[in-house]
Write a protein that binds this ligand. Structure first.
Ligand code: GLN
Length: 192
């Protein structure tokens, strides 16, 4: 069983731990560099990306996280976690930093002006899933190495992407009880 950590600085950690266990992984909360060293892969949960960034700096986790991602550790970011995995962001706060790794521009609170939170059915990697969006970002643009795994109305926006060992979704599969997105990630970790 792969050992997958859930970054536990802030956000919906417990739900991801439960889903990963259901998907066949060993899951633990990761708050410190030593805990990060002990896992094969990492889930970065939804929450609030500015808070997560500041706490990552406070806990001396930002550089270790960047290093592991650079070394090829598989990671999956949902919502605020997607923002954390983006090389570039729009509508961040002044000085906001990310871990990076996925060659994309992500716009924070992108659906905000139309609908703060909503649910929608969409195709994720060829499977129909029910997706929950909460003050969600969308992917504004992607580099050549980024694969689009899902799009959503309004606007046919990109809401799920993969670049090598890195996966990101704008939505929160940990809230639906549907384990397929987590299983997709666990399979990715097994294959890499
Ligand atoms: N809007 C949040 C942010 O900017 C993300 C929302 C979420 O993760 N549900 O980080």
């Amino acid at each position: 069983m792969p050992a997958i950590g859930v970054l536990a600085l802030q956000g919906d950690v417990r739900e991801h731990v439960r889903m990963l266990q259901e998907a066949g992984a060993t899951a633990t909360a990761v708050r410190r560099p030593a805990e990060l060293d002990a896992v094969d892969a990492l889930v970065i949960p939804g929450g609030e990306s500015t808070t997560m960034w500041k706490l990552a700096e406070t806990f001396d986790m930002l550089q270790p996280l960047r290093l592991r991602v650079k070394e090829g550790m598989p990671a999956y970011g949902s919502c605020a976690g997607m923002i954390m995995l983006a090389d570039r962001i729009e509508d961040g706060i002044a000085g906001q930093q990310t871990i990076g790794g996925i060659d994309m521009v992500v716009r924070r609170n992108a659906f905000g002006r139309q609908v703060d939170s909503f649910e929608s059915d969409l195709d994720f990697a060829g499977e129909r899933v029910h997706a929950v969006f909460i003050r969600a970002p969308w992917v504004e643009s992607i580099g050549a190495d980024v694969e689009v795994l899902g799009r959503c109305e309004p606007g046919d926006r990109i809401v799920a992407v993969r670049q090598g060992p890195l996966l990101a979704t704008s939505f929160h599969p940990e809230l639906t009880g549907d384990v397929r997105v987590h299983r997709y990630f666990v399979d990715m970790v097994r294959e890499l």
